[in-house]
Design a binder for this molecule. Structure first.
Ligand SMILES: *[C@@H]1O[C@H](CO)[C@@H](O)[C@H](O)[C@H]1NC(C)=O
Ligand SMILES: *[C@@H]1O[C@H](CO)[C@@H](O)[C@H](O)[C@H]1NC(C)=O
Ligand SMILES: *[C@@H]1O[C@H](CO)[C@@H](O)[C@H](O)[C@H]1NC(C)=O
Length: 201
């Protein structure tokens, strides 16, 4: 038990320094043991076909690479019940589950978590869901960006540092985000963020 614990810690630290690359993928299976009919997703989907929706309801097991979220409505709009939400950014994880109402689906952020970027989500007002709705990905190569909306959630990848500003055009009070994990999420409460710039000074 203890040796397994130490092994897990060692892997965890190894991943942080290695900055693993992967391609997000989600496979649903009709059988309980990752068998039967299967459907595989590897792109963001603002609406699923009726057949795919039905498969989400009837699937009994699934395997995932990366962080995938399902939404009960099209265009990544959350609903009131428990959404499909599965996460392994360092490899493949499999679960037995099913009965998820899913009309749209995406992996969160850039397709490679080693890509330095900050992603902003407008969420759903009063739903407590910070990672639904519009997704704007600002790559480190773009250096800076102003948002058209006040994000409810931010997601930082590639262990990149970002300064977030209260107003557009990099003005007003600011705060610095220094990630401690390859996918680093910030749920924004009362602090408004309308622009971001790479790095912290
Ligand atoms: C995530 O993937 C890695 C590599 O495939 C695996 O070793 C690990 O057990 C997975 N984590 C979970 C929580 O399943
Ligand atoms: C982020 O900030 C920390 C703390 O100042 C620093 O140690 C680290 O090198 C920075 N990372 C990058 C990619 O600049
Ligand atoms: C931000 O800068 C742009 C271009 O310089 C300018 O048109 C715009 O009015 C500025 N917005 C704010 C809120 O300062």
């Amino acid at each position: 038990m203890l040796s397994r614990y130490i092994f897990t810690i060692a892997i965890f630290h190894g991943l942080i320094s290695l900055c693993m690359s992967y391609f997000p993928q989600l496979t649903l299976y009709s059988g309980h043991n990752y068998d039967g009919d299967r459907v595989t997703f590897s792109t963001k989907r603002s609406s699923l076909t009726p057949l795919e929706e039905e498969f989400f309801r009837s699937a009994r097991s699934y395997c995932v690479t990366g962080w995938w979220r399902g939404y009960e409505n099209a265009n990544f709009v959350a609903g009131s019940s428990n959404p499909f939400n599965a996460n392994n950014v360092s490899g493949i994880s499999c679960w037995r589950n099913g009965d998820k109402i899913t009309k749209s689906l995406r992996f969160m952020g850039p397709s490679d978590t080693s890509t330095s970027a900050i992603s902003a989500y407008n969420g759903v007002p009063n739903s407590g869901d910070h990672y639904s709705g519009i997704e704007v990905i600002v790559l480190a190569t773009e250096y800076e960006a102003s948002f058209d909306f006040a994000p409810s959630g931010l997601l930082i990848t590639g262990m990149s540092n970002w300064t977030a500003f209260y107003e557009r055009n990099f003005t007003g009070p600011s705060t610095c985000f220094i990630p401690t994990s390859e996918i680093y999420t910030v749920s924004l409460g009362t602090f408004q963020v309308l622009s971001v710039r790479l790095g912290c000074n």
